[in-house]
Design a protein around this ligand. Structure first.
Ligand SMILES: O=C(O)CCC(=O)C(=O)O
Ligand SMILES: [Fe+2]
Length: 280
């Protein structure tokens, strides 16, 4: 069994990149990304194979590392010199749980998809990135984000250029993906526009009701976005596939510990630390 059994290759013929059908797919994703920074490939995973992904996520969800913090949309510190209504001073609760990538070993469907060469090749073509590699971080290359009742991801701008996510299971209610394409630019922070979104009276907000099996490619550096609070007992599962611009990259020990609750020798070695120097 391989990734081909799970991806709807009739709708998304990514196994045959040289064909007109695949080229057309790539160009349609590219134009969506150019238009509003978001492309959804609905039903990317075959409907009759979703249950297996849910089972995989259910099995590892208890291994998720829970973290809690308060964050503004920029992930920066408070700046008491600014008025209290300023977006930089508006902090929101974020509770989060990431299941580290080493829970997705041999036999993991998510990993099978991530490591099937046609998958990253397709994403790279769709994004038009020249430098594009799978992440070499054994805790972070392919993970699942688990959101429980009351959780979500408050309004923010991403600090990376793009994210590639797979909807696996929705909560009973809430958990919508809301975004404001191009709300800021590299030269204009548009604080008034950001404030209007935070105050709930912006007409720039688009809402996506992603369904299990939908693949989303999203460019979130300039698009303010959030995951609205999840309601009900069922957990929301999203798979996250990470790609980077240089081969062999891993996360910093500090960030890795924060997100996954632990580090591996490779994180310490890359940071120039001795592996035996940082045992908790
Ligand atoms: O969970 C999602 O759908 C997206 C979360 C998000 O915005 C992020 O991870 O930066
Ligand atoms: Fe984000």
């Amino acid at each position: 069994m391989d990734a081909r059994a799970f991806i709807d290759l009739d709708q998304y013929p990514i196994a045959e990149p040289a064909t007109a059908a695949c080229e057309q797919l790539v160009s349609s994703v590219r134009s969506k990304l150019a238009q509003d920074g978001c492309a959804v490939l609905s039903g990317f995973i075959r409907a009759d194979r979703i249950d297996e992904l849910i089972t995989e996520a259910d099995q590892v969800a208890p291994q998720g590392h829970r973290s809690f913090n308060r964050t503004n949309v920029y992930f920066t510190r408070d700046d008491p010199g600014l008025p209290e209504s300023h977006p930089m001073r508006r902090f929101y609760d974020r509770s989060n749980s990431f299941v580290p990538a080493d829970n997705f070993g041999a036999g993991s469907i998510l990993r099978m998809i991530y490591e099937w060469p046609a998958f990253p090749a397709f994403i790279q073509a769709a994004l038009g990135e020249e430098k594009f590699y799978r992440y070499a971080d054994p805790l972070a290359d392919v993970i699942v984000n688990v959101v429980e009742e009351g959780g979500g991801f408050p309004w923010h701008f991403d600090t990376n250029n793009y994210t590639v996510t797979l909807a696996i299971q929705n909560g009973e209610q809430g958990g919508e993906f809301e975004y404001c394409p191009g709300l800021r630019t590299s030269t204009d922070e548009n604080y008034d526009g950001v404030q209007a979104v935070l105050d709930g009276h912006s007409d720039a907000v688009k809402t996506l009701h992603l369904q299990p099996g939908d693949l989303q490619i999203f460019k979130g550096r300039y698009a303010l976005h959030r995951v609205s609070p999840v309601k009900g007992a069922r957990k929301r599962y999203v798979g996250i596939f990470s790609f980077v611009e240089e081969p062999g990259m891993v996360g910093s020990p500090e960030r890795t510990r924060q997100l996954y609750g632990r580090v591996l020798p490779i994180h310490l070695e890359r940071a120039g630390l001795r592996a035996d120097a940082l045992i908790d």
